[in-house]
Write a protein that binds this ligand. Structure first.
Ligand SMILES: N[C@@H](CCC(=O)N[C@@H](CS)C(=O)NCC(=O)O)C(=O)O
Length: 205
């Protein structure tokens, strides 16, 4: 087995590193500094044709979607640990949170980051930032109403928490942590206490 990840700290490859530690897998992690311009250059585009992070290789098989990669790792190399299948009663919830972390919330957090921090100031559009903030509030409201006072999204920690937890990290670093409700903030704090998160988020190039 040759599982190789090119990891850019703080980006979505963090989901894969975090899942790797939680699943007890021995990933070969090459850590590089995040530089958007370099992701668009031909040598990187050969690795990931859409010029984004992550990029992961299982031998000569390549994957570029973070949530798909963690599900792949759990099912192919960790006997389904931290995952759920159709025989579990919470399979629907599991799938929904896995997707909600990226398809549901990922776009809005990208807009928030872009129009408040990442884009050059002259390209930022305040109306886009406000729109993304409004949508994000709705998403975070749904999350808040689904969480309890302790524990995780399902009956125990799962990959769904990695999908959602990483997006909450982006909500925080986009300086929108104040949009989180009390339960969500406490949930994120619980996730941040996990050894897998601590080790993954400490990796530097
Ligand atoms: N849906 C993709 C999103 C990948 C993505 O947007 N990655 C960001 C970093 S977190 C990126 O590479 N941005 C560079 C850019 O858009 O130029 C995933 O979850 O893997």
């Amino acid at each position: 087995m040759s599982l190789k990840l090119i990891h850019f700290p703080m980006t979505r490859s963090l989901r894969v590193v975090w899942a790797g530690y939680e699943l007890g897998l021995d990933l070969d992690i090459e850590t590089r500094p995040f530089d958007r311009a370099k992701l668009k250059q031909p040598d990187y585009l050969k690795l990931n044709p859409v010029g984004k992070t992550p990029v992961f290789f299982d031998g000569d098989k390549r994957m570029i979607e973070s949530v798909a990669i963690i599900e792949y790792l759990a099912n192919k190399y960790a006997d389904g640990k931290l995952s759920r299948n159709a025989s579990h009663t919470d399979y629907g919830d599991y799938l929904q949170w896995m997707e909600f972390g990226e398809a549901g919330m990922g776009g809005y957090v990208g807009q928030l980051l872009g129009h408040s921090m990442l884009l050059p100031e002259e390209q930022r559009i305040e109306a886009m930032r406000i729109w993304a903030e409004t949508e994000m509030k709705t998403c975070l409201g749904f999350l808040e109403s689904s969480l309890g006072d302790d524990g995780y999204l399902l009956d125990e920690f799962s990959l769904a928490d990695i999908s959602i937890g990483y997006i909450l990290f982006l909500v925080k670093i986009s300086r929108n942590g104040g949009l989180m409700g009390e339960k969500t903030a406490a949930y994120f704090a619980r996730l941040s206490e996990r050894d897998g998160w601590k080790r993954a988020s400490a990796l530097k190039p």
